[in-house]
Design a protein around this ligand. Structure first.
Ligand code: SAH
Length: 360
């Protein structure tokens, strides 16, 4: 009789894991022990789970591996930001394309603090939205990540240092893989212990989806990538939202605030001469001034072969000042880890072009 194929630990429900423990000679409560060891204590090796008998540990390692992916690259910037490229494989129908995603571990800026790091996780392999300034969508969408693959990014990230916040701002559009994202964030909230205020999900903001999700009172903060106050320009900068008026996005965000009681953050990429003009600043302030929200200004982080450029410090300052003067709460977020490609999808593009030099 051949042994069944291994299934990643976090792809099993609690009951399935309990049944497996019994099948392997253990007791149902061992399921809880195993999850607790991994999620609460950060143990990533069955051998270190001394509450389990040795034969059970061995058998579980074979049948329910804790980690399903393979770390294929790692880079650390001088500020300590570490980017992992993790390949989850298993998607033959996409023509053998890499199944790699990025997870970025960003330690706190202040030295000597007890605060943990922020972890940036991916929600899809590639991205179908294809924003022209973003590296993540350059190769299109290969597939959705499964929820256990999202959980695994947290396990790998925490192994680099304690976490106190997390952002779903890596590769992919989380609302287009929401079931898996939401299941993973439940585990992160309930068992890994990151509270609802500590997790932010960033999306281009499909209004219908936001309206459907809000009543479920999701346990995360919402960030919407707006990028421009002008409809025609948003059609270009966020192609998957073509034809969806900015007013509809803002109205869905207002409804989100009403239903969940949580304020929304707007992300705004500053592209030199494209989205950082005085006119953009005025119009953006006009659109947001009576709303309780925060605008996060993100100076463009140059990606390879990009037609866009980083904004000048003056343009960033003007945008910030215009918003604040007009009563809009705004912050500027300079990306960390730029010199090691640790920002925004570049490691994956690089790894892919290195492994298939002829691909465009
Ligand atoms: N798809 C989601 C989440 C991933 S991107 C979303 O669009 O919100 C997280 C943020 O980084 C988005 O606001 C995205 O527009 C921004 N971003 C992408 N590429 C960037 C770049 N090269 N420089 C600066 N910000 C970038």
């Amino acid at each position: 009789m051949s042994t069944p194929a291994p299934r990643p630990l976090f792809s099993l429900t609690h009951d399935e894991l309990a049944a497996l423990c019994v099948e392997l000679g253990g007791r149902p409560f061992h399921a809880k022990v195993v999850r607790g060891e991994v999620l609460e204590r950060g143990v990533l090796d069955y051998d270190a789970m001394t509450g389990l008998g040795k034969p059970l540990r061995r058998a579980l390692a074979e049948r329910a591996p804790i980690l399903a992916g393979t770390e294929v690259a790692r880079s650390t910037a001088s500020d300590g930001t570490t980017k992992l490229l993790v390949d989850f494989g298993g998607f033959g129908e996409t023509g053998g394309r890499s199944g790699a995603v990025e997870t970025v571990h960003i330690p706190p800026r202040e030295r000597g603090t007890t605060k943990g790091a922020t972890l940036c996780v991916s929600s899809q392999v590639g991205c179908p939205v294809r924003c022209p300034f973003c590296a993540s969508g350059k190769l299109g969408l290969a597939r959705n990540l499964a929820s256990h693959e999202i959980v695994e990014q947290y396990l790998r990230g925490r192994a680099l240092g304690a976490l106190s916040r997390s952002v779903v701002m890596g590769i992919g559009e989380p609302l287009l893989n929401f079931q898996a994202v939401s299941a993973a964030l439940d585990v992160v909230h309930d068992e890994l212990g990151l509270g609802a205020r500590k997790v932010t999900v960033s999306t281009v903001g499909f209004p219908d989806r936001l309206r459907a999700i809000a009543p479920t009172k999701p346990r995360f903060q919402l960030a919407i990538s707006l990028h421009t106050p002008f409809d025609e320009q948003r059609d270009e900068l966020v192609p998957a939202m073509k034809g969806v008026p900015i007013d509809d996005v803002l109205a869905a965000a207002d409804a989100w605030f009403e239903v969940t009681g949580r304020e929304v953050t707007y992300e705004y990429v500053l592209l030199a001469g494209v989205t950082d003009t005085a006119e953009h600043a005025r119009r953006l302030a006009e659109r947001l001034r009576r709303r309780r929200c925060t605008v996060n200004l993100i100076p463009f982080n140059p990606v390879t072969d990009s037609e866009y450029a980083r904004p000048s410090a003056e343009a960033v300052e003007r945008m910030h000042r215009t918003l604040v003067e007009r009563g809009v709460v705004a912050t500027v977020r300079w990306s960390r880890g730029v010199e090691s490609d640790a920002a925004c999808g570049q490691l994956r593009v690089r790894a892919a072009s290195a492994s298939s030099p002829r691909s465009s």
